[in-house]
Write a protein that binds this ligand. Structure first.
Ligand code: PHB
Length: 388
């Protein structure tokens, strides 16, 4: 297997050079879960990518950008195979998407061997960008969202917390990057609970957490799962019993929020994007996104797809249309622009996104639920990579 892939790797290199000079079209391979429990992520990311091209045009420096969308169903082996096929057969100039951490990691060796940029537009475990020098990211690193939130918790009288996280990479990041800064400031994590990834039942975990009577329960779950959490929280009567639920914005993601109901009212969360973000650029983004997608509201995955496409287009512009993978990833370093989420920058040293973190409160406005941003922590770098 290793040998065979080595040979394919050599073939990729030759073809990559030939295609860069001979073709006018620049194909971008998009690999996402379009079916299964994380289909909402896939749908959001690709809608964001398409909207960027619709608004800005699909020709950049003489190259017409074409998206080739593949469904990995959320299965890492499939992600890797699709990445190989897209590189070898379709000569894509970049790979984008990657709905979950194991999927982003599964493609990383393909990106390295083929020297093709892998733009992560959803997965959020901090270490992903360290898996290949060809990876950059337009979603988030969990520590970026979680660490600044502990300052708000301490300033607002929260001293004891039970954390509940999904039992895999981004959950471990969320758990660690809540506990360490929180306890440094005098808080205490009294219990750290992990919920299985497959078929999660949150009710017993929420009950155990509530029984410990902390000032708040902090929760991280991946996008698409929040509605189940909030339903089980309400079914147990925990909201009525005065249990305070806080978390990353993933639990109240804009794609599902409107159907979650009053149980979310007053919830405080931390994240880099809300569809309610107060800027002209975002209002246009939300309106155009809805128009193109039967009224769908963009969530943080949608904006990451939009910015991921922006990053690829900006890199092609900077190289003057040269789609050599090494030149493209170089051209991504240091890019900065105004996103619907606010200002963003690709850290030239880590290839990681630098962005504002916002503290938000879920409110009902004009009959709809929104996450209203009320505090901004400007241009947060991934603290897990500080000093690296
Ligand atoms: C991940 O798997 O890294 C992931 C997925 C969805 C999220 C956050 C993290 O909302």
């Amino acid at each position: 297997m290793r040998n065979r892939f080595g040979l394919l790797g050599a073939a990729m290199l030759g073809l990559g050079v030939a295609s860069a000079s001979a073709q006018e079209v620049a194909r971008v391979g998009v690999i996402l879960p379009m079916t299964g429990p994380f289909a909402s992520t896939g749908k959001q990311v690709v809608a964001g990518m398409r909207l960027y091209l619709a608004q800005h045009g699909d020709v950049v420096a003489g190259r017409r950008i074409e998206l080739l969308l593949k469904d990995d169903g959320g299965v890492p082996d499939v992600t890797k195979r699709l990445a190989q096929e897209l590189v070898i057969n379709d000569h894509v100039v970049a790979l984008g998407g990657f709905g979950l951490t194991p999927l982003a990691l599964a493609a990383s060796s393909v990106a390295t061997q083929a020297k093709v940029p892998e733009i992560v537009m959803a997965a959020a475990t901090s270490s992903i960008t360290e898996a290949s020098p060809y990876i950059s990211r337009t979603s988030q690193a969990l520590p970026q969202t979680v660490a600044p939130f502990t300052d708000w918790c301490i300033a607002n009288g929260i001293r004891s917390v039970v954390t509940i996280v999904t039992d895999y990479g981004p959950g471990y990041d969320a758990e660690k990057w809540f506990k360490e800064p929180f306890e440094k400031q005098g808080g205490k994590v009294v219990a750290a609970l992990r919920v299985p990834v497959a078929n999660p039942d949150f009710a017993p975990f929420l009950q155990r957490a509530a029984d410990a009577k902390p000032d708040a329960i902090f929760i991280f779950v991946p996008a698409g799962v929040g509605a189940v959490v909030m339903k089980q929280f309400a079914e147990r009567g925990l909201d009525k019993a005065g249990v305070r639920l806080i978390g990353t914005g993933d639990v109240v993601d804009d794609d599902l929020l409107n159907n979650m109901g009053d149980v979310t009212l007053g919830m405080i969360t931390s994240q880099h994007y809300s569809a309610a973000h107060d800027s002209d650029l975002n209002r246009r983004f939300v309106a155009d996104f809805g128009k193109a997608n039967e009224g769908m509201r963009p969530n943080f995955m949608g904006v990451s797809g939009y910015d991921g496409m922006a990053l690829i287009a900006r890199a092609i512009a900077r190289t003057g249309g040269d789609t050599d993978g090494t030149k493209l990833i170089e051209a991504m370093k240091g890019q900065s622009w105004e996103s619907p989420r606010g200002p963003v920058l690709i850290d030239p040293a880590t290839r990681e996104i630098v962005q504002n973190d916002y503290i938000r409160r879920t409110e009902r406005r004009d009959g709809q639920l929104w996450n209203i941003e009320f505090a901004t922590i400007p241009m947060v770098r991934d603290p897990a990579k500080a000093g690296k």
